[in-house]
Design a protein around this ligand. Structure first.
Ligand code: FAD
Length: 320
């Protein structure tokens, strides 16, 4: 059995979903969780339900906002007081920034953007996509421990039967050290919608949307059913939507309960980012569009006619 630390990132005070995916997959190992900041008793109980033995809440001056150096220094100091074999985190924007810094500080190996892994005899072996998903590389880590691993959100999926841990909470004082580059302000996108990677329902627009203005019809349906709007790369490259909305191999990997693809052909690089959605609905005017081979429900027709009809029907059904 390996000694493992999972660093959990907070997003507006919420534990990122990827943390629970990682914990579920690590069932059977001895796993602690570290957070920079505070967690409620309910959050600690949920982490324990997914297997956390100890939950370390790291606190110190200059750690109220993310700073690459401050977080790396604080975590390095904490990890040095323990004997972890592996340190996991989500391959989120923060995880992608933080883990290479930590690996460098420990002169240790890093497996980044891992989409699956096993632990055989306590040894990690993972897979990660290369060349925009054209192939999968097997990764093993050698050399000094701890080894560092970042996990692509929504790639592992949620385990249905997690093994629970004791969830003992500890407040730990840490030193952020010298910080030369501070993030002074984070300006949030105007959207109040749930982030794509955490969304339960997603409506995606493809190149067929024709322009940014037309995305309004997707926004209108999203408001009615509580969805987040995404975009294909063709829509993003055409300037209809920002890259933060892109679903797919070079965008976000998502796994909502319901994914509604509007005017998306279903290219392999798009499917790579959404194929694990529970229910897929495709609206496409071409009956031979590849998206229909992955869809649970397909509607052949013009999205500009179908989407407004669906929105009205959802309104009636949901009384909105
Ligand atoms: C290295 C690499 C990485 C990539 N990464 C990504 C990625 O992360 N995400 C991604 O999405 N793509 C990615 N791509 C691009 C991908 O190969 C496709 O080009 C892209 O997904 C196509 O987007 P689309 O389906 O919106 O457009 P198209 O392929 O042009 O499809 C548009 C669809 O809309 C339908 N349509 C047209 N008008 C209507 C209408 N009025 N009503 C209904 N349907 C209509 C058409 O029948 C067609 O099926 C990547 C490509 C490469 C090479």
């Amino acid at each position: 059995m390996s000694n493992i630390l999972v660093f959990t990132e907070l997003h507006d005070g919420h534990v990122k979903h990827v943390t629970l995916e990682i914990l579920g997959k690590l069932s059977g190992q001895s796993v602690d969780v570290a957070v920079i900041g505070d967690l409620s008793n309910d959050q600690i109980a949920e982490l324990a339900k997914y297997g956390a033995q100890n939950v370390h809440k790291l606190k110190g001056a200059q750690l109220d906002k993310y700073s690459p150096e401050g977080y790396a220094n604080a975590l390095t100091n904490f990890i040095k007081t323990k004997s972890y074999d592996y340190v996991f985190a989500g391959a989120t924007s923060m995880g992608k920034d933080l883990l290479p810094r930590l690996a460098t500080k420990f002169d240790a190996g890093l497996a980044s953007d891992v989409v699956n892994f096993t632990f055989e005899n306590g040894t990690f072996a993972g897979t990660r996509p290369l060349f925009a998903g054209k192939c999968l590389a097997k990764v093993e880590l050698n050399g000094p421990k701890p080894h560092f691993i970042s996990i692509r959100p929504n790639a592992l999926g949620m385990t249905t039967t997690p093994t629970s841990g004791s969830g003992a909470a500890h407040d730990v004082s840490v030193d952020a050290g010298t910080i030369r580059a501070m993030i002074k302000e984070i300006v949030k996108a105007a959207s109040t919608k749930v982030d794509l990677t955490e969304a339960n329902i997603i409506i995606t627009g493809g190149r067929a949307m024709k322009n940014a203005e037309n995305f309004k019809i997707l926004d209108q349906m999203a408001d009615v059913i509580g969805a987040t709007v995404g975009a294909s790369r063709a829509a993003v490259d055409s300037g209809f939507a920002p890259h933060s909305m892109q679903v797919g191999q070079t965008g976000k990997t998502v796994a909502p309960s319901l994914y509604i693809a509007c005017g998306v052909s279903g290219a392999i690089q798009h499917l790579a980012g959404m194929r694990t959605s529970k229910v897929i609905v495709a609206i496409n005017s071409d009956p031979d569009a590849p998206i229909f081979t992955k869809a649970d429900y397909g509607i052949v027709g013009d999205l500009f006619q179908i989407v407004p009809i669906m929105t009205e029907e959802f309104k009636k059904l949901l009384g909105r």
